[in-house]
Design a protein around this ligand. Structure first.
Ligand code: CAA
Length: 258
């Protein structure tokens, strides 16, 4: 499928999506979001693909929703089109793991898209922020919610009220990103991590993802119960037998469901 705003490639068992609107610092226009959804649909349906990496350029992962496209929207335009929910949430419904490999600016919708992914690997030049307040609006793709859950109220509130950006080191200290990597090595490392995930049992990876995500939606007691049920269900999967047999036999497992 020809894409205009993203580049879609496969690297073995990993799907790679590169946001590609360099002149607008990968601002997330409606056409880009639609293409991103189509690419995720294709990777989700592709049995060869076990994980996805979403990245941008060295200067910008994405500098936010496209301000020029949205500046003249009316309330009715926004409400009727369910602006921001519509299309963007596709990232959060993907059952295969998505790693955000973030270099440069991840601002506004860019920060929000990175937080919709399962985890963020950040280049040492990454900058995260919710600067919507500086243009007379507030985050509209989960920024006030996901950032607060990731870094806590104090930092999230300061960032949303002032538009202050967080650099990669601060983002790692605050728990927004899993690791910081030299910018030149970011994509290689993200692909390596995605390949490792893709080499595990596919259904078990999905169960693990589902269970971690449940931690954000449930009480601890409910979450523990949910985890326990999923844990029990892995014992019905031949890959659990293979994984544990391989450990006991001191060899590498060969997972069938991949
Ligand atoms: N939308 C549309 N165009 C954008 C854009 C955006 N979010 N961000 C950058 N661009 C465009 C610029 O207009 C500029 O285009 P022209 O060359 O045609 O003028 C081009 O990208 C390069 O940008 P700059 O010249 O500004 O580059 P810079 O290096 O001087 O500054 C920056 C970089 C600090 C990221 C600055 O571009 C900036 O502040 N961008 C806007 C950030 C922002 O406010 N994002 C939030 C958007 S609202 C949102 O995302 C709502 C939501 O919750 C979903």
């Amino acid at each position: 499928m020809p894409y205009e705003n993203i580049i879609v490639e496969t690297r073995g068992q990993v799907g790679l999506i590169t946001l590609n609107r360099p002149k607008a610092l990968n601002a997330l226009c409606a056409a880009l979001i639609k293409e991103l959804g189509q690419a995720l649909d294709a990777f989700e349906a592709d049995g060869e693909i076990g994980a996805v990496v979403l990245t941008g350029s060295e200067k910008a992962f994405a500098a936010g929703a496209d301000i020029k496209e949205m500046q003249s929207k009316t309330y009715m335009d926004a409400y009727l089109a369910d602006f921001i929910t519509n299309g963007w949430e596709r990232i959060t419904t993907c059952r295969k793991p998505i790693i955000a490999a973030v270099a440069g600016y991840a601002l506004g919708g860019g920060c929000e898209v990175s937080m919709m992914c399962d985890f963020i690997l950040a280049a040492d030049n990454a900058k995260f922020g919710q600067p919507e307040i500086t243009i007379g609006t507030i985050p509209g793709a989960g920024g006030t919610q996901r950032l607060t859950r990731a870094v806590g109220k104090a930092k999230a509130m300061e960032m949303c009220l002032t538009g202050r950006m967080m650099d990669a080191a601060e983002a790692e200290r605050a728990g927004l990103v899993s690791r910081v990597i030299p910018a030149a090595d970011l994509l290689d490392e993200a692909l390596k991590v995605a390949d490792r995930i893709a080499s595990m049992s596919r259904p078990v990876v999905m169960l693990a993802k589902e269970s971690v995500n449940a931690a954000f939606e449930t009480t601890l007691t409910q979450g523990i119960k949910f985890e326990r049920r999923l844990f029990h269900s892995t014992f019905a999967c031949e890959d659990q037998k293979e994984g544990m047999a391989a450990f006991a036999e001191k060899r590498s497992p060969v997972f069938k469901n991949r």
